[in-house]
Write a protein that binds this ligand. Structure first.
Ligand SMILES: Nc1nc2c(c(=O)[nH]1)N[C@H]1C(S)=C(S)[C@@H](COP(=O)(O)O)O[C@H]1N2
Ligand SMILES: [Mo]
Length: 253
């Protein structure tokens, strides 16, 4: 009995309490100063939201009939180093993608293992700064899935891709931040237009980061590292072309 009364009393008090809080709120909201604060807060949130959604929005995807008849190659079309030629000669049978840096579980993933992962297929447009575009169908596992397997540490902010082709003796490299790394269209492409990636387009695996320009789409990826800073990597600008001729690190389209 007394239990029920106590419970009822609590409920009544609760309801009353809520009523008081609400009316209190109304009164505060009626004050002009408070409305002003609310309104400016809303504007800040809209700005933030716009900035965030701009980064996480999806790149356009196309229909199969919109695919370019030919997807041209550009930049290095074959790393042509002794190491690369040896790997390519055996269809990358012994090759392993290295995933390291600021991760809890460094990985070495074979091509067969990459091919066995769930994959995304996307028909997107590649835009090169040199003034050409091509629409192609890419397929491969999400970069985010691989990073989750490796366990990216809290201190990491960027992901760096080291490629097999050399530019002035140094590997071509590129980097993206974690927002792009975990973007739902950021994949490690193993296939183009329903065929295994050929040497021209970046075999055995290349990046597709669909909200950015062509030079960010690193081909011939050998190694992926999670890092806290881009300082001390190459010339510190986050990518080969960024270092060489000052292309923007964030090449958004
Ligand atoms: N490793 C590596 N990745 C690279 C390049 C390169 O020279 N080496 N060129 C970039 C440029 S400028 C473009 S436009 C695209 C070209 O990709 P494609 O050959 O598949 O058309 O790859 C990009 N990724
Ligand atoms: Mo390019």
């Amino acid at each position: 009995m007394s239990g029920i009364i106590t419970r009822r009393a609590v409920l009544t008090t609760g309801a009353l309490g809520a009523g008081l809080v609400l009316s209190g709120c109304d009164k505060i909201a009626e004050q002009p100063g408070f409305r002003k604060i609310l309104f400016s807060g809303e504007k800040i949130n809209q700005g933030l939201q716009r900035a965030l959604s701009a980064r996480t929005a999806l790149a356009p995807e196309f229909r199969p009939d919109q695919m370019s008849p030919i997807f041209r190659t550009n930049g290095n079309r074959n790393p042509n180093t002794p190491d690369y030629n040896a790997m390519a000669g055996v269809q990358f049978a012994g090759w392993k993608l290295q995933v390291g840096g600021l991760v809890t579980r460094p990985l070495a993933i074979s091509l067969a293992q990459l091919r066995a992962m769930p994959a995304r297929t996307q028909i997107t447009r590649h835009d090169c700064v040199e003034g050409w575009s091509a629409i192609g169908k890419w397929r491969g596992p999400l970069l985010g899935s691989i990073l989750k397997l490796a366990g990216v540490r809290d201190t990491a902010r960027f992901v760096v891709f080291t490629c097999a082709d050399l530019m002035g003796g140094q590997p071509y490299y590129e980097s993206i931040d974690l927002i792009d790394a975990f973007h739902p269209q950021t994949i490690l492409a193993l296939a183009l237009n329903d065929a295994p990636l050929d040497v021209g387009h970046g075999a055995p695996v290349r990046l597709r980061v669909e909200r950015q320009l062509g030079y960010k789409q690193a081909k011939y990826i050998m190694k992926i590292d999670a890092v806290a800073s881009l300082d001390g990597i190459g010339k510190g600008k986050g990518g080969y072309w960024e270092d060489a001729i000052g292309y923007d690190w964030y090449a958004g389209i």
